[in-house]
Design a protein around this ligand. Structure first.
Ligand code: AMP
Ligand code: MN
Ligand code: MN
Ligand code: MN
Length: 290
């Protein structure tokens, strides 16, 4: 059996290459997330917090426990492609890479300015003190929209986070403040500079027509992208079939992840997303070939 086949056999048990901790908009601390992955029998786990690697560093300091999954250092970079906001996951990155660090530093500045702008916009709509509330929810992490959502729930303005996005933070709403995220080429280049592989995150979440999805994959490949999340979260079983055809066209390999944020997110626990289709070439096989 080849090394690739062995790796695939081992990791097809349960691999989760997209998760969040409280270092971004996740609820569990990095060690709690790791414990949950261990409990769920995950063989390989990537922590991919939004635009920062603080949680990855924290996990790398821990002494490994028996049954720990193999840890993959990751990050989820906010980026833009043809006017559309997209996310690019970097896997097997060197968290200390200066080029990556400089991109993440710039992201933190963008996030800070956007959070203030969101706060001002919501204040104009009669929702005072949301910026302070979101800061409190973030508890030192870079502020993101879920922190605003949690504040809106805690302050009694919304029933749950989903309603907060529907009313205030989602596409086209007052709190949907545009941000000049880096382009795909910059995001991919920073990931490659850090020795990682660049994965287009959850392509089916962007709600694109097939033609526009095709264009996005072409653009991502052109910008140096390596892989696409063929399976993300609680996806319908047939959803991967069509996407895999597009990926093959652009020679993009497949990644998989739950996009886990919270134990309250009951639709997909850590490592519990569907298995990759057999025909797909898994991103860790590319890693094996490197
Ligand atoms: P941000 O990084 O600040 O742009 O916030 C984006 C994050 O908000 C995503 O990574 C999700 O975790 C979360 N999110 C986006 N849309 C929704 C939604 N409709 N309901 C709940 N959470 C959402
Ligand atoms: Mn998130
Ligand atoms: Mn994402
Ligand atoms: Mn994510």
């Amino acid at each position: 059996m080849t090394v690739h086949a062995l790796l695939a056999q081992k990791f097809s048990m349960s691999v989760d290459l997209h998760t969040h901790s409280s270092a971004s908009d996740g609820v569990l601390s990095p060690p709690m997330l790791l414990a949950r992955a261990r409990h769920n029998g995950v063989a390989m786990l990537a922590l991919t917090d939004h635009d920062n690697v603080a949680g990855v560093r924290e996990l790398q300091q821990l002494t490994a426990q028996p049954q720990d999954p193999e840890l993959v250092a990751g990050v989820e970079i906010s980026a833009q492609a043809s006017g559309q906001d997209v996310h690019v996951v970097g896997l097997w990155i060197d968290a200390d890479c200066p080029a990556l660090g400089s991109l993440l530093g710039a992201q933190a500045v963008l996030r800070g300015a956007r959070a203030q702008a969101i706060g001002e916009r919501l204040a104009r709509k009669g929702l005072a003190d949301c910026y302070a509330g979101a800061l409190l929810q973030a508890d030192g992490a870079a502020v993101s929209r879920p922190h605003f959502a949690r504040h809106l729930v805690a302050a009694g303005h919304c029933r749950d986070e989903s309603q907060a996005f529907k009313r205030w933070l989602g596409r086209g709403k007052a709190g949907d403040v545009r941000c000049e995220w880096p382009g795909l080429a910059s995001a991919n280049a920073a990931i490659h500079a850090a020795g990682g592989l660049a994965v287009l995150a959850h392509p089916l979440k962007y709600r694109l027509s097939r033609t526009r999805l095709d264009r996005l994959l072409a653009e991502f490949r052109e910008a140096g992208g390596d892989a696409v999340e063929l399976v993300s979260g609680a996806q319908a079983p047939h959803a991967a079939t069509d996407l895999l055809k597009l990926m093959d066209r652009y020679q993009l390999v497949a990644s998989t992840g739950s996009d886990f944020h919270s134990p309250a997110q009951t639709w997909c626990d850590v490592g519990q997303q569907l298995a990759l289709p057999r025909q797909a070439t898994a991103v860790w096989e590319l890693r094996g070939a490197a």
